[in-house]
Design a protein around this ligand. Structure first.
Ligand code: ADP
Ligand code: ADP
Length: 234
């Protein structure tokens, strides 16, 4: 498994005088088991990069590889995007987007159930993640009964539950206090190591930025890597 590999990735919106070059020859590599941060000001290209990796939009040029599969190569792309998103990528969005008529456990267990896991096994796996995220006491509650931070932790559990090889997280800790934000990062690191997941966390959350061993900065569609002594948990 390769994790995530992005080579010379470009994205142009529109054409002619009004064209915007949102990504310019971006190179990134995230190893299996690694959690990296992606930081940049508003308009720098973070969403465009995540949406390209998540096969939500088509890049203009370059190459992307997820796990052992090339998903985009200079205009060519994999056919079955839905299967790609379902089997390869765990998304954690800024907003939780929980299903209002399913309780917390079933919101998390739904994906493994749809993938064919037995209901009790799927619920057990959901509960394990809810426990790691300290929301197990809300397991039978409905989403509308939860606080914003609780909903976000449930959404994080849902993004991890299928153990995808790639996790894309967009500001996952924004509504959380310091302790819980750090617990989320610890969980992402644990999951990454246990299941050899490659994780990208888009964030401007000062609480978690010091925990990344490696950070990519993005500015005007160009990425720069920062590796630091003293970065990381240990
Ligand atoms: P955030 O940085 O919080 O994700 P953005 O303002 O960058 O929010 O983008 C919100 C949504 O609007 C995204 O889906 C983005 O692709 C889209 N968007 C951003 N800029 C433009 C634009 N100039 N024209 C059309 N859509 C845009
Ligand atoms: P960020 O997520 O870092 O805020 P985006 O990826 O949303 O940045 O945007 C990068 C650049 O691309 C910005 O100049 C934005 O206005 C532009 N952009 C984003 N989405 C669109 C779109 N759908 N159409 C046109 N321009 C867009």
């Amino acid at each position: 498994a390769t994790g995530i590999r992005i080579e010379r990735l470009s994205k142009r919106y529109g054409s002619g005088d009004t064209a915007v070059l949102a990504l310019k020859d971006v190179n990134m590599q995230v190893a299996p088991g690694e959690v990296v941060g992606l930081i940049g000001p508003s308009g720098s290209g973070k969403s465009t990069l995540l949406k390209s990796l998540g096969a939500v939009i088509d890049p203009s040029a370059g190459r992307m590889q997820l796990g052992d599969e090339v998903i985009f190569d200079d205009g060519w792309k994999v056919r079955d995007l839905r299967a790609l998103r379902r089997d390869k990528i765990g998304f954690v969005f800024q907003a939780p987007y929980l299903i209002p008529f399913l309780d917390v456990t079933d919101n998390v267990a739904l994906l493994p159930m749809l993938a064919g896991m037995r209901n009790d096994a799927a619920r057990a796996r959901a509960l394990e993640l809810l426990t790691a995220l300290d929301v197990q006491h809300r397991a039978r509650a409905m989403p509308s009964q939860l606080s914003g931070g609780e909903q976000q932790r449930v959404a994080i559990a849902r993004g991890l539950v299928n153990r995808p090889p790639v996790i894309l997280a967009d500001e996952p800790t924004a509504p959380l206090d310091s302790e819980r934000a750090l617990a989320v990062i610890r969980l992402l690191n644990d999951m990454a190591q246990r299941f050899q997941t490659a994780v990208i966390v888009v964030t401007h959350d000062e609480k978690i930025i010091p925990t990344f061993k490696r950070i990519y900065h993005i500015r005007d569609g160009v990425t720069f890597e920062e590796a630091g002594e003293g970065r990381g948990f240990d």
